[in-house]
Design a binder for this molecule. Structure first.
Ligand SMILES: Cc1ncc(COP(=O)(O)O)c(C=O)c1O
Length: 482
C-alpha cells in the first residue's frame, strides 16, 4: 500500500463486498424491478464535491448498500422481462471480479498475454458453438453498436480506391454516396454507425419487411439497383437475426447470395438471438449465417455474461486491420508480427479483460447447460404466446421464433384509443413491482413486449406478469365503462 493512501484492510473489504454481491444476487427478488426513485433523487443524496481525504472501506460499502443498490433498475431480477435482458450469472460475476483484480489493459499481446490469447480462444469456442466455419475469428467489444460500427468501417475500407482512411470523406467531390442497407426493423445502431462513419443517415436504406417482419429480398435487390443507377455506391447489408421488436430473422441465405452477386459486405446483427444459435434447432433458423462477412453476438444479452461483452466474428480479420491498425512508435514490440494485438482490430486502444468472464460462464454451465436455459426460455415464451392467443382481452401481433412475445390488449381497438389503453396498462403492470415489461411499435401501433432471457426467470415470473396483465386490463377496461 502506498504511503499516501489511508490504511485499510483490503481483504476484509473484499470479503464484505463478496457477501454484498452474493446477498444481492440471492435476494434481488425482494426489490421491485424498477426502483422507487424520481429523476434527481440519487444525485440529491450524494455529496456535490469529492472528499478531500480518503474514507474507510466500511463507509464506502455501507453507502453503496444504502444509496446505490436499492436504486438501480434490477437487470438481474428474474422479473426483468423488458428489452433484451442482460443477466449476470454467478460465474460471470466471478470473472468480472477477477478481471478487476488483474486490471490489465489488453491493447497489445505484450501488455496482457493471457487476456489476448484467452480472448481468441473463447471467441473461437463461441464460433464453434454457433457452428460457423473456422475462417471466422472473433474479438470482444463493449457493445453491438461498436461491433457494427467496426464491421461497417471494414466494409468501407475494403475498397482501397475510395481512400477514405487516408483522405476522409469531407470536401471530396470524387466520391459517390455510400449506401448501407438494413430492414425497417434493424436496430438503430446501424444508423448510428452511418452517422459516425460519415455515410449519413440518408444513405441508410431501410428496406421494407414481409408480414413476418423479415427483410423483403426483392425490395433489397431493387434498392441496390436503384442506387447503382443513380451513381451511388452500395457498400454493405446489415441483416438481422433476431430483430429488436419481434426477434424476426431476415432470410440470410438469399441475402448472402445477393451480397455475393453484388460484392457487398454482409454484416449480421445477431446481438441477441445469436446466443440461441448454440442450439442446433435455432441455428437452423439462421441458415446462411455462415455466409456472412461479419456477425455480432452479445453474450451480455442472452449468454448470461454481465455487461459488457459483445463478440464480433469476422471472416477476413485483415479487413479490420486495414481499417484500424495504426501503430505509433511507442507501441511497437519485437513480437508484433507473430502475435495478435487486439488494438489493431477496432477504434479502442485500451481494452478490458472481458474474455475471462465469458470463459468462466461457458465452462461453468457447459454448452449443454447454456442450451438448456435458452430452450427453457423459449418454451416459456411459447407458453405465454398460447395464453395470449386463447384470451379474448389480448391479441398477439408477431410470430414468436424464440422467447419474445409482442401483444396488445384489445380494449380500445386497433387505433389511438387502443394505444392509450395499452400505455396505461403497461404503466400499471410495471408499477406493481414484481415485473418489468417494455413496449415497441409495430405498424405504427403501440405494442407490449415481454422478453424472457434472464437466467433466473422461471415459469412463475411469467405467470405473475400474465396475471398482472389480465388483472390490470380488466380493471382499466372497467374504469373506462360509463
Ligand atoms: C438487434 C440488436 N442489435 C443491436 C443492439 C445494440 O446493442 P448494444 O447495446 O450492445 O449496442 C440491440 C439492443 O438491444 C439489438 O436489439
Amino acid at each position: 500500500m502506498a504511503d499516501d493512501h489511508p490504511p485499510y484492510d483490503f481483504r476484509a473489504a473484499l470479503h464484505r463486498a463478496a457477501d454484498l454481491v452474493a446477498d444481492y444476487v440471492d435476494g434481488v427478488e425482494g426489490y421491485p424491478v424498477l426502483p422507487p426513485v424520481a429523476p434527481g433523487d440519487v444525485a440529491a443524496d450524494l455529496p456535490p464535491s469529492p472528499p478531500a481525504t480518503g474514507e474507510p472501506y466500511e463507509r464506502l460499502l455501507e453507502d453503496y448498500r444504502r444509496l446505490i443498490e436499492p436504486r438501480v433498475t434490477h437487470w438481474n431480477h428474474p422479473g426483468f422481462l423488458a428489452y433484451f435482458s442482460s443477466s449476470g450469472s454467478e460465474p460471470g460475476i466471478l470473472g468480472e471480479t477477477l478481471a478487476a483484480g488483474l486490471s490489465v489493459n489488453a491493447m497489445l499481446w505484450r501488455t496482457a498475454p493471457a487476456a489476448s490469447e484467452l480472448e481468441e480462444v473463447v471467441c473461437d469456442w463461441l464460433r464453434q458453438m454457433i457452428d460457423l466455419p473456422p475462417a471466422f475469428r472473433g474479438h470482444i467489444n463493449d457493445t453491438a453498436s461498436s461491433s457494427t460500427l467496426i464491421a461497417l468501417a471494414a466494409a468501407r475500407d475494403r475498397q482501397p480506391e475510395l481512400a477514405v482512411r487516408q483522405r476522409g470523406l469531407a470536401g471530396r467531390s470524387d466520391l459517390p454516396a455510400m449506401v448501407v442497407y438494413a430492414s425497417e426493423h434493424a436496430h438503430s445502431s446501424v444508423d448510428k454507425a452511418a452517422i459516425a462513419l460519415g455515410f449519413g443517415l440518408e444513405n441508410v436504406r431501410r428496406i421494407a419487411c414481409d408480414e413476418d417482419f423479415r427483410l423483403a429480398v426483392p425490395a433489397l435487390a431493387q434498392a441496390i439497383a436503384a442506387d447503382r443507377a443513380a451513381g451511388r455506391l452500395p457498400l454493405a447489408v446489415v441483416a438481422t437475426a433476431g430483430t429488436t421488436s419481434t426477434t424476426s430473422i431476415d432470410p440470410l441465405r438469399p441475402i448472402a447470395e445477393l451480397c455475393a452477386a453484388e460484392d457487398l459486405w454482409l454484416h449480421v446483427d445477431a446481438a441477441w438471438a445469436g446466443s440461441a444459435a448454440i442450439c442446433p434447432e435455432y441455428r437452423a433458423l439462421m441458415d446462411g449465417l455462415e455466409r456472412a462477412d461479419s456477425i455480432v453476438v452479445n453474450p451480455h444479452k442472452w449468454l448470461f455474461t454481465p455487461m459488457d461483452c459483445s463478440v464480433l466474428l469476422v471472416r477476413d480479420e485483415d479487413a479490420l486491420r486495414a481499417a484500424f491498425s495504426l501503430v505509433p512508435a511507442y507501441l511497437h514490440t519485437a513480437e508484433q508480427d507473430a502475435v495478435r494485438n487486439l488494438m489493431d482490430l477496432g477504434v479502442q486502444l485500451g481494452r478490458r479483460f472481458r474474455a475471462l468472464k465469458l470463459w468462466l460462464v461457458i465452462r461453468h454451465f457447459g454448452v449443454e447447460g447454456l442450451r438448456a436455459t435458452i430452450r427453457r426460455h423459449c418454451r416459456l415464451g411459447q407458453e405465454l404466446a398460447r395464453w395470449i392467443d386463447r384470451h379474448p382481452l389480448f391479441e398477439r401481433l408477431a410470430p414468436v421464433p424464440f422467447s419474445v412475445v409482442c401483444f396488445r390488449a384489445t380494449h380500445g381497438g386497433g387505433g389511438e384509443a387502443g394505444d392509450r389503453f395499452n400505455r396505461r396498462l403497461l404503466a400499471a403492470v410495471n408499477a406493481a413491482g414484481p415485473v418489468f415489461l417494455s413496449h415497441t411499435e409495430l405498424g405504427g401501433r403501440y405494442v407490449l413486449r415481454l422478453a424472457v432471457s434472464n437466467l433466473r426467470t422461471a415459469r412463475r415470473h411469467v405467470e405473475t406478469a400474465w396475471r398482472l396483465l389480465q388483472e390490470h386490463a380488466e380493471r382499466l377496461a372497467a374504469e373506462d365503462r360509463p
